[in-house]
Design a protein around this ligand. Structure first.
Ligand SMILES: Nc1ncnc2c1ncn2[C@@H]1O[C@H](COP(=O)(O)OP(=O)(O)OP(=O)(O)O)[C@@H](O)[C@H]1O
Ligand SMILES: [Mg+2]
Length: 271
């Protein structure tokens, strides 16, 4: 399962606009299935600056953080492992990064670059909203997954996110996931409305990656600090997520280079 060092990873940022639409559940369970059922090497990054909580889902301590890199820790010692997923947390302290001198910044970027090459996918969970940091992750990523629910407010916020990232930065590689749908039809209808607006007003195309149903199983899994994809492999959420994994794996796109350099340039506006 070890990945060849020379290959590049695919970086995917998960964002939403509106909060609470299911990004983190999607990020964690998507990572779980890709790693455990499809044999992919996954680095999951918790880039939610305000309410980082990936570690809670994966039963990890939150003590290790990317911030430790700034004080000289080795990246291998900062990454935590759970359910065959490697996890990197602690982006809340990212502003300190820009206080470092150029040589230290370059050394950290080199470490992040080197470690990323070990993974097939680097999956980045962001917080709600469209601040400059979320925008930087989206712009630096090869692909973004925008999560919405069928609720009109969630759809409006998903549209606003796509619009601002496209209008300001010209970025357009968006895939949609409709979560908490009553059924497949409601999910597809939600996606189609968004697709039509995005085409009409922005003149870009977005694709549907898949629809995830609302399930009480997921709710109770979250309450019991369990991973739905692990504990309930036959639940409708897990079954549809498996289809989304296959959909993702079928996408043939060039792998990406220089993610970290782009990210920090965008964040520090040093471009
Ligand atoms: N498909 C689903 N069916 C039922 N409940 C769901 C589903 N997806 C998510 N939820 C519930 O919605 C709530 C929010 O989920 P989650 O934390 O993944 O959202 P989020 O988008 O990451 O939120 P935030 O914007 O705060 O980061 C959780 O309580 C979760 O149990
Ligand atoms: Mg979240």
């Amino acid at each position: 399962m070890a990945k060849s060092q020379s290959a590049n990873s695919k970086f995917i940022t998960i964002a939403s606009g509106k909060g609470g639409v299911g990004k983190t559940n999607f990020a964690v369970n998507f990572s779980y299935l890709l790693a455990n059922e499809f044999g992919k090497k996954i680095l999951l990054i918790d880039a939610d600056i305000g309410m980082a909580n990936v570690h809670l889902f994966l039963q990890l301590s939150s003590k290790k953080s990317i911030k430790d890199l700034f004080s000289g820790a080795r990246i291998e010692d900062v990454i935590q492992k759970s359910f065959n997923i490697d996890v990197l947390s602690g982006f809340s302290g990212i502003d300190d990064f820009f206080e470092l001198d150029e040589v230290s910044i370059q050394a950290i970027i080199n470490q992040l670059d080197a470690i990323s090459k070990h993974y097939d996918y680097v999956i980045i969970d962001t917080g709600a909203g469209i601040d400059e940091k979320v925008a930087a992750f989206l712009r630096a990523s090869h692909q973004s997954i925008v999560v919405t629910t069928p609720e009109p407010t969630a759809m409006m916020d998903a549209y606003a996110l796509i619009k601002s990232i496209y209008n300001i930065y010209g970025y357009e590689n968006f895939k949609m996931v409709v979560n908490m749908a009553k059924n497949q039809d409601e999910g597809e209808l939600t996606f189609n409305k968004l697709k039509v607006s995005v085409k009409k007003f922005l003149n870009i195309d977005i694709d549907l990656l898949g629809v995830l149903p609302y399930t009480n199983t997921l709710r109770s899994a979250v309450k019991n600090k369990e991973l739905v994809a692990h504990k309930y492999p036959r639940d409708a959420y897990t079954q549809n997520l498996r289809k989304i994994c296959k959909e993702e794996l079928a996408i043939q796109e060039p792998a990406q280079e220089n993610f970290w350099k782009k990210l920090f340039d965008f964040m520090g506006s040093r471009q």
